[in-house]
Design a protein around this ligand. Structure first.
Ligand SMILES: NC(=O)c1ccc[n+]([C@@H]2O[C@H](COP(=O)([O-])OP(=O)(O)OC[C@H]3O[C@@H](n4cnc5c(N)ncnc54)[C@H](OP(=O)(O)O)[C@@H]3O)[C@@H](O)[C@H]2O)c1
Length: 273
């Protein structure tokens, strides 16, 4: 969607804010409509170099934006929320992990339109996926606006139950780390079998990308794709038999469930603080 008439302000101008700014500018958003506040002068310099407006005070960013994107680390969010308290009519889009909508509303206003989102780190390459949840105060236009902002760094999906963001966090938020873990192991295995570290890493990364592209087509489920590359008595079957014996799938099921539980706990801790 075209957000180009909207003035968007980021509170916190670090990694995620800069990657969203780059994505928005690449999508044609006028840089002079974009503002970010950050106490760190190196961050402000980086924002300036994109052509966006960099300010040191959060109040400056609040005043400059119709939409306020909360892009600070969760530990400083409370302090920042105190500064957006006066912006009652403005849409708040939070990308902060573990900050429930009710806690943001409590610190701002009960009428505040708030959209909570969970991006993931491939957003840095504009290959992210973000799940969004809107409270009842956010209207359809505001939902489209938030969708347009997060679409600048990848795909977007919506959930209508905020509790599902814990599952999203466990699958796609933390998910890149699971794949990196698998890739570390595959690269190390390749090295043990005599490949150079570079070659093993290239083979692993390209294989991960190729497998992801096949799975993303969605024409066949991963289980079908897996069976298709597993000939009876072949090499893949030997490997998968070892994975079954070591209970890799049950371990992954338990790992993702643990991440979801931790996400819920962090949200509860934030709400109670
Ligand atoms: N990175 C990801 O892949 C990812 C994925 C999902 C969600 N998120 C969420 O995105 C948010 C931002 O993450 P990030 O990786 O972009 O963090 P980051 O690079 O640390 O950016 C946050 C920026 O905010 C600045 N800051 C600190 N206190 C501030 C204040 N009072 N007012 C304004 N700015 C302040 C920080 O400065 P200092 O360095 O001095 O503290 C830093 O430059 C986090 O809440 C995180 O949970 C990130």
């Amino acid at each position: 969607m075209n957000n180009h008439d909207n003035r968007i302000s980021f509170l916190g101008g670090g990694n995620m804010a800069q990657c969203l700014l780059r994505g928005l500018i690449a999508a044609g958003h006028p840089p002079n409509q974009l503002t970010a506040s950050d106490p760190v002068s190196a961050c402000r310099k980086a924002i300036d170099s994109l052509g966006a407006n960099a300010v040191a005070s959060n109040q400056g960013a609040v005043d400059a934006g119709d939409v306020l994107v909360l892009a600070v680390k969760p530990q400083v969010l409370r302090q920042v929320l105190a500064e957006v308290r006066t912006a009652k009519d403005k849409l708040i889009v939070s990308i902060c992990a573990g900050a429930p909508v009710a806690a943001i509303a409590k610190a701002t206003s009960a009428d505040q339109p708030i959209i909570r989102s969970m991006p993931n780190t491939p957003a840095l390459l504009r290959a992210g996926i973000t799940a969004l949840y809107a409270n009842a105060n956010a209207n359809a236009t505001q939902r489209r606006l938030a969708d347009g902002i997060l679409s600048a760094v990848g795909k977007t999906v919506w959930v209508e139950d905020e509790a599902l963001l814990d599952a999203v966090t466990a699958v796609s938020g933390s998910g890149p780390a699971y794949f990196f873990h698998l890739m570390e192991a595959m690269t190390e295995a390749g090295e043990r079998l005599g490949l150079t570290a570079d070659l093993a890493a290239t083979l692993t990364a390209e294989t991960a990308l190729g497998a992801a592209l096949m799975a993303r087509q969605g024409t066949e489920a991963p289980a079908v794709l897996r069976r298709k590359v597993t000939s009876p008595g072949g090499t893949t079957e030997s490997a998968l038999r070892v994975m079954d014996a070591w209970r890799v799938k049950p371990a992954l099921l338990e790992a993702v469930a643990a991440a979801s539980r931790r996400s819920r706990e962090l949200a509860e801790e934030f709400a109670q603080a």
